[in-house]
Write a protein that binds this ligand. Sequence first.
Ligand code: BGC
Length: 362
Amino acid sequence: MLIVAGLCAPISASAAGIEKVPFGRAQDGTEVDLYILKNDKGMIAKIMTYGALLTELHVPDREGRFGDVVLGFDKLEPYLKGHPYFGATIGRVGNRIAKGKFTLNGKTYTLACNDGPNHLHGGVKGFDKRVWQAEPVKVANGVAVKFTYVSPDGEEGYPGTLTATVVYILTNDNELRLDYRAETDKPTPVNLTNHSYWNLATEGDILNHHLGLLADHYTPVDDTLIPTGEIAPVKGTPMDFTLAHPIGDRLLDLTNSPRGYDHNYVLNSKGKKLALAATVYEPKSGRFMEIITDQPGIQFYSGNFLDGTLTGKHGVTYHKYHGFCLETQHFPDSVNHPNFPSVILRPGKKYKTTTIHKFSVR
Ligand code: BGC
């Protein structure tokens, strides 16, 4: 345990606080630390500096019993070997860019392609595979750690040096709040998000989680998951989560392969201000999660590509639908769709966005 800026102290059974522990070394030898945040209700979040990645989140059920509601590993090694972005901070641009190409101010940029023909989640070595600098910060109603990563000009093909920060705040109201900021020295696309896989039951599949999405529209995709450009209504389709219902209810009506949800929803709030985007209720545990964001979209991914080849925490094998992601974001491939909200950040402007995960029981 190390004390940082007077803010880190060993976490006792009852007290709130922040602890920093060594978590191993990245491939290049850089030390990786794990920050353990505890609020005054006993909720615990663990975030490591590799990928500014949420490794554990302990949330009470309706009996007050704490359980870890995110997928991941016990140790650093399996994260280094490769994984489907469990808990990671995603950047410079989350989601897909068609053929890894876009044109900005008359210049065409070519990015690393790491998902068939397309660029996904920042490329071969995105922000999820970088070691971030971290420091605890003071906040009024909880505990917080700020993670910083400076992405050099040209990294993964992107223009401009981008300084990105994400502050993880665990509030005493049982919220995990993520505040993202970024600045650049050349115009560049930016779309930061968090890629946690949720399982509010802490075990089994997620098909009986009741999901509600405040989205009347979504962006249909081609067979490489690139949006066609259409903004389609969800009404009358299995995509409709405007009334909360179990994720598994209409899954069999989907025809994609591997079958499941992997779509960007267009939030009714249009990303103009912080607004409720999604609710998730797990009936066995009683856990209820609300997602509040100022982003215009949310990618609902039902863990379709989990295939039993990864063994996660406590020796549990992650099969299809073991966890789901709700990635608050700008729409996929926005750089190539002028009708989608822009992801371009310019020098002198500040990228600033917030997503809150609020936990309670029912
Ligand atoms: C994407 C999926 C992808 C997954 C990677 C999600 O954000 O929408 O298509 O397979 O990330 O694990």
